[in-house]
Design a binder for this molecule. Structure first.
Ligand SMILES: Nc1ncnc2c1ncn2[C@@H]1O[C@H](COP(=O)(O)OP(=O)(O)OP(=O)(O)O)[C@@H](O)[C@H]1O
Length: 273
């Protein structure tokens, strides 16, 4: 399913937190949204799953304005895995993943064998099968995040939105998540803080800064040291190949840093004569 943001502005708290963003996402591609805290990544994504209505502009799924869809059609089209999954779920892991099937049910419909198969597959892909009977509230942050991915996968929507999906995951599970996401063949939009994950697993990256979309394209072409420096205020060294760079970051050295002496000079009187 193709996703288009056409000239989207989102105004919240009296400020344009997304300003005139336009972006075309091809079906089946994985797109990473990167940018500093507060740059508008989540706000832009929220317009896609209708948690926020654009103040200006249109978001389209295969040409259709998402605001015109029924709730059920929207839920069948777009699944969401949020940054901080809720902790107050009074449900088991399996029951939670089954919630992903709700948009496929008729009113008061019962779980079918297809639902159970899809849920079992989603739990297998996310390594949550062993947790099936655990209550979600008792899980660690990373386990809970994997359950929320399983629920989103079980929704079988052509579009998947991941808002900082790896913030609780250990390194191995971060790579597993991105490999899983890539293997789905769905259209994926993911807000990511880890530029190394973005460059390795995304087909395209989109850079937001201060609510503006400042660059978009193939990751290795877009994420230049210069862009990283100006957007994120860090120094970066690039290792690896031009096509598959690996970034090492360090704090940007400013003129103010250089002016601060690292050691107090010894007073004259204490210098041995
Ligand atoms: N409901 C709201 N009311 C007022 N301002 C909001 C609201 N939601 C978000 N904002 C502001 O909009 C700006 C963009 O926030 P957003 O969450 O989209 O950024 P982000 O790039 O996802 O940030 P992060 O990397 O920290 O998750 C921020 O300045 C935020 O404080």
């Amino acid at each position: 399913m193709r996703v288009n943001f056409d000239d989207v502005t989102v105004r919240l708290g009296g400020r344009d937190v997304v300003q005139r963003a336009s972006l075309a996402v091809e079906p089946g591609t994985v797109v990473g949204l990167v940018g500093p805290n507060g740059s508008g990544k989540s706000s832009l994504l929220r317009t896609l799953y209708r948690a926020v209505r654009p103040t200006h502009g249109t978001v389209r799924l295969d040409g259709q304005d998402v605001q015109q869809l029924t709730g059920r059609r929207a839920a069948r089209a777009v699944a969401v895995m949020l940054q901080d999954p809720p902790t107050d779920f009074d449900l088991s892991v399996e029951e939670t993943v089954l919630l992903g099937r709700v948009p496929h049910h008729a009113a008061f419909g019962r779980d079918t064998s297809t639902d159970l198969d899809v849920v079992a597959d989603a739990m297998r892909r996310t390594g949550t099968t062993e947790l099936a009977d655990r209550m979600v509230a008792t899980l660690s942050g990373g386990q809970r995040q994997r359950v929320m991915l399983a629920r989103a996968l079980a929704q079988e929507s052509p579009v998947l939105v991941l808002d900082e999906p790896s913030n609780h995951l250990d390194i191995s599970h971060q790579h597993e998540l991105m490999t899983t996401v890539r293997s789905l063949g769905r259209t994926v939009l993911a807000a990511l803080h880890d530029l190394n994950l973005a460059v390795r697993y995304c087909d395209q990256v989109v850079v937001l800064d201060g609510g503006r979309l400042v660059a978009a394209g193939p990751p290795a072409r877009v994420l230049t040291p210069e862009l990283i420096r100006t957007t994120f205020d860090v120094d970066v060294r690039v290792h690896g190949d031009t096509d598959a760079p690996v970034f090492a970051f360090s704090r940007l050295t400013t003129a103010a840093d250089a002016a601060v002496p690292t050691h107090e000079p010894l007073p004259e009187s204490s210098v041995p004569g």
